[in-house]
Design a protein around this ligand. Structure first.
Ligand SMILES: Nc1ncnc2c1ncn2[C@@H]1O[C@H](COP(=O)(O)OP(=O)(O)OP(=O)(O)O)[C@@H](O)[C@H]1O
Ligand SMILES: [Mg+2]
Length: 375
């Protein structure tokens, strides 16, 4: 795990392309040895951020500090940083060995040291015996493993990866996700991993920064981001969620009573900071994860729970769990996940068009800002 030295500090970084603000006043710190992921939809500024850290793009404002050294305007070859892109970028006329040995040869490493290091790294990515093959003879996954060790051999302080597995199909991608996380742990180099795939970020990263429209909305561990999203964009982008639009009726510390017009009144919780800003009649959104909701044919005896009636629209059996789509009286659909624990359970018999009750504990409802912030 990371020690206390900040590996990388990014301060108020901004980049414009004409009228587009691709990265908008962004600040964050990364610890040495951390696996950090930048996660966001297409166009949110991830690649632009990475290119500024790598020296391929000049910021309009702000600073980048790598292990105490200000590198904001250094050319790429003067920073101890390397980049792996989505599309391999191996030298087609060099075989695997020579591709990996390219950097060390330019640095005039002795040939026996090169052979030793290249062999060690090929072993690490299970490519011993591939030394003489050319890139055109490799699969996508193999090419990307070569690109990775070629970027690692000079032991940069920081490795930037821009959707490195994006071009691979699902099975290979999942296998390489685990391999990559292990390699990062082994070599101990700080990684910044860009992806728009939330499951990839959740699987691999120590911490995730969620980006949208050039800004970072939240930074946290996968668990923090999933369990305590800071706003509705994050709640929606990471995993599935059910959102209820409503207005505040009452605030009691962090407990908030919300009226969802035409549907129900419910209790939820807000973060301490957000609760302090809430007053009756403020518009909010309430987020409830599908696995936190329960479903039942008969009205449950659960005093204090949030409770609403609906009709089952769809039942999807998923092996470990079943997903129910329930239509509520206001026309809204909610998604409920139930674990398939026992065949004696009434869940096995609930089916299409049945009236059901959906209920959940108040502290499973997160009260978030009602409208997306304008950027
Ligand atoms: N060289 C450029 N010239 C003009 N506009 C650019 C340039 N590079 C990026 N942009 C714009 O900046 C914004 C951010 O782009 P960026 O490539 O950083 O997004 P991204 O998060 O990496 O998206 P994706 O997931 O699609 O790769 C977009 O609106 C994009 O059109
Ligand atoms: Mg990109």
């Amino acid at each position: 795990m990371p020690d206390s030295t900040p590996g990388l500090e990014v301060r108020n970084l901004t980049k414009r392309f004409g009228k587009i603000v691709a990265v908008n006043d962004v600040s964050f710190d990364i610890q040495s040895g951390e696996f950090f992921s930048l996660l966001g939809p297409s166009g949110s500024g991830k690649t632009t951020m990475l290119r500024m850290i790598g020296g391929l793009e000049t910021p309009d404002a702000g600073e980048i500090v790598l292990e105490g050294e200000r590198i904001t305007f250094l050319p790429p070859e003067k920073r101890d940083v390397n980049i792996v892109f989505q599309n391999y970028a191996l030298f087609p006329h060099l075989n695997v060995f020579d591709n990996v040995a390219f950097g060390p040869r330019r640095r005039k490493w002795p040939e026996d040291k090169i052979r030793k290091e290249v062999t060690k790294l090929l072993e690490m990515v299970h490519l011993r015996g591939y030394e003489e093959k050319y890139p055109r003879q490799l699969s996508g996954g193999e090419k990307q493993r070569v690109a990775l060790i070629r970027a690692l051999i000079l032991k940069p302080k920081l490795l930037l990866l821009d959707e490195p597995l994006g071009a691979l199909d699902l099975k290979i991608r999942q296998a390489l996700q685990l391999e990559l996380a292990n390699i990062q742990y082994e070599v101990g180099i700080t990684f910044i991993y860009v992806t728009h795939d939330q499951s990839e970020a959740l699987t691999m990263a120590d911490r995730i920064a969620v980006m949208n429209k050039g800004r970072i909305l939240q930074i946290g561990t996968p668990k923090e981001i999933y369990e305590h999203p800071s706003d509705r964009f994050v709640a929606n982008f990471i995993g599935n969620t059910n959102l209820f639009e409503g207005v505040v009726k009452k605030v009691n510390g962090e407990d908030v009573r919300v009226d969802v017009p035409g549907l129900m009144e419910l209790w939820g919780i807000a973060s301490e900071k957000y609760a302090a800003q809430l007053r009756p009649s403020v518009r909010v959104a309430v987020s409830v994860r599908p696995e936190k909701m329960r479903i039942s044919r008969n009205k449950p005896e659960k005093p204090g729970y949030n409770l609403v009636q609906g009709v089952v629209e769809d039942v999807i059996y998923l092996g470990v769990s079943t997903e129910f789509l329930v239509k509520l009286p206001n026309g809204q659909m909610v998604r409920v996940f139930a674990q398939n624990i026992s065949q004696e359970n009434e869940l096995w018999t609930i089916t299409w068009d049945e009236p059901v009750w959906v209920y959940w504990r108040p502290h499973r409802s997160l009260v978030l800002a009602g409208e997306e912030k304008e950027s």
